[in-house]
Ligand binder design. Sequence first.
Ligand SMILES: [Zn+2]
Length: 208
Amino acid sequence: MKKLSLITFGVIAFFAVVAFSTSKKTTSNEPLKIVIDAGHGGKDLGTTDESILEKNITLKLLQKIKKLHNTKDFELIFTRENDEFISLEERVKIANKNNADFVISLHVNASNNKNDNGIEAYTKTNNTEQKTISFVSSLVTELSFNNSPLQKTEMRKANFKILRDSKAPAVLLELGFISNPQNKAYITSEKGQEEVAEAILKSLKKMK
Ligand SMILES: [Zn+2]
């Protein structure tokens, strides 16, 4: 009986070692590579409302994310850091070349209906990516703590190039409607942009 339990223990120990070495691989200490893609830029203004240009808001958001990033858990890679035109092909190439673990494309929305508000999160059409779903739900939770006007969130699937052709899980975020007065005031303000940047960073921190 004693001998048997010793053998059993040995078998369990063997599997434990195997499990440990495999799990070690997946939870490596290598920082995750997160690509932040500020939508539009240069001649591509994105959506506009009088003097407000989507390409400037997405760049401001990116700059806030860069400034507030203070963890070694993940490294940030940017597709643009200036007001320059970068093709969609180039954006995808940057993500794939860097072996990104996750891609976030930043945008803001506009609609003919001034009442339309909140976030639209677009995912791949074949999306079953738990990473993306957890990221978006965390983002919404973080924003709700701040009483942000960007709490209403819809998750949709889309065949956008940045989603389709990025090898990594990817999400395209439409962060509020500049056609909605409350959303516009929030997403063009320093405070609003910092809250959104912070919520994105906190949600990335949970990703391991
Ligand atoms: Zn856009």
